[in-house]
Design a protein around this ligand. Structure first.
Ligand SMILES: NC(=O)c1ccc[n+]([C@@H]2O[C@H](COP(=O)([O-])OP(=O)(O)OC[C@H]3O[C@@H](n4cnc5c(N)ncnc54)[C@H](OP(=O)(O)O)[C@@H]3O)[C@@H](O)[C@H]2O)c1
Length: 264
């Protein structure tokens, strides 16, 4: 049985992924939808063509993650696609944030995404795809969004490294880095969007476009999916800066090696 697993499927981009995968991936026998809220997932499942399984789960809860591992071992599916969309963010100064809220964000954005990828891997074969969710916030540290941006920098780094590790097995990892997208995330992260900067409002994109680009980039085997000119410009700028820094480091290492050899 070929299955696609989508987390965060009760809302926003996860929901959109489910809808688009439903019409595009003909080799998928079943789509599994994961999130905490059962109702919106059941409503979505009712409108899908592909057989759909709704799995209500709190991914920030370690025990529930363990239970999902058992679900996988009983079903023993072939996972053709894993989309790790579930994620939360909270704008605001680090010093003012609730400890439990921060901890739940880390458990979901970092631990759950990592553990899920690990537990799905044994069920993947050559040609399987993994889509991990970072953000444009991964490219530069963001005061006022410090912990969220750091969790996304983790996802970005993890996704790119995992891609290299899995290349030989023919499993492709694509890391998605959206800028602001018009989903309930923005209300939740920015207190009804009141804290959103003018630039973020101006560059906010629609979920169907971001997801269509992500699926296309994944099909083309791209490492990173960045949608829209402003985000692509930021991505290019940070990549260029990183490449220059790496060049400097390589030169410094080569020079220090030369000094050691000549004894100077
Ligand atoms: N929207 C943006 O501006 C933006 C920009 C860059 C990156 N992103 C990233 O994109 C991803 C999708 O976000 P979105 O914009 O689609 O937001 P969204 O509409 O708020 O969706 C978030 C999803 O995560 C699920 N979720 C939250 N906590 C969970 C938990 N503990 N266990 C299981 N599922 C949980 C939610 O479902 P339940 O509440 O039913 O559990 C929901 O389905 C996130 O990783 C986010 O960080 C968003």
């Amino acid at each position: 049985m070929n299955i696609a697993i989508i987390t965060g499927a009760s809302s926003g981009m996860g929901r959109e992924f489910a809808a688009q995968i439903d019409t595009q991936l003909c080799r998928t026998d079943e789509i599994w939808l994961l999130a905490r809220r059962r109702e919106p997932m059941e409503e979505l499942a009712g409108a899908m063509r592909t057989k759909t399984r709704v799995i209500p789960i709190d991914l920030a809860d370690e025990r529930e993650l363990k239970r999902f591992r058992e679900v996988l071992s009983i079903a023993a599916p072939k996972i053709t696609m894993l989309v790790c969309c579930a994620g939360v963010g909270r704008h605001g100064l680090f010093a003012g944030q609730e400890e439990e809220e921060l901890s739940a964000m880390l458990r979901l954005n970092v631990t759950a995404q990592t553990m899920l990828a690990g537990m799905c891997l044994p069920y993947m074969r050559r040609g399987s795809k993994i889509i991990l969710f970072a953000s444009g916030a991964a490219f530069v540290p963001q005061p006022g969004f410090a912990v969220y941006a750091a969790t996304k920098a983790y996802a970005y780094s993890f996704g790119r490294a995992l891609r290299r590790e899995l290349k030989g097995r023919g499993i492709c990892v694509t890391t998605i880095c959206p800028g602001p997208v018009d989903t309930p995330f923005l209300e939740q992260a920015y207190g009804d969007r009141g804290d959103m900067s003018g630039l973020k409002r101006l560059t906010t994109q629609r979920a169907p476009r971001v997801v269509a680009k992500a699926i296309d980039d994944c099909k083309r085997g791209r490492a990173v999916s960045v949608c829209g000119l402003p985000m692509q410009a930021l991505y290019l700028a940070t990549q260029t800066a990183q490449n220059i820094a790496q060049l400097f480091l390589a030169c410094a290492e080569a020079l220090s090696g030369e000094r050691k050899e000549t004894g100077k």
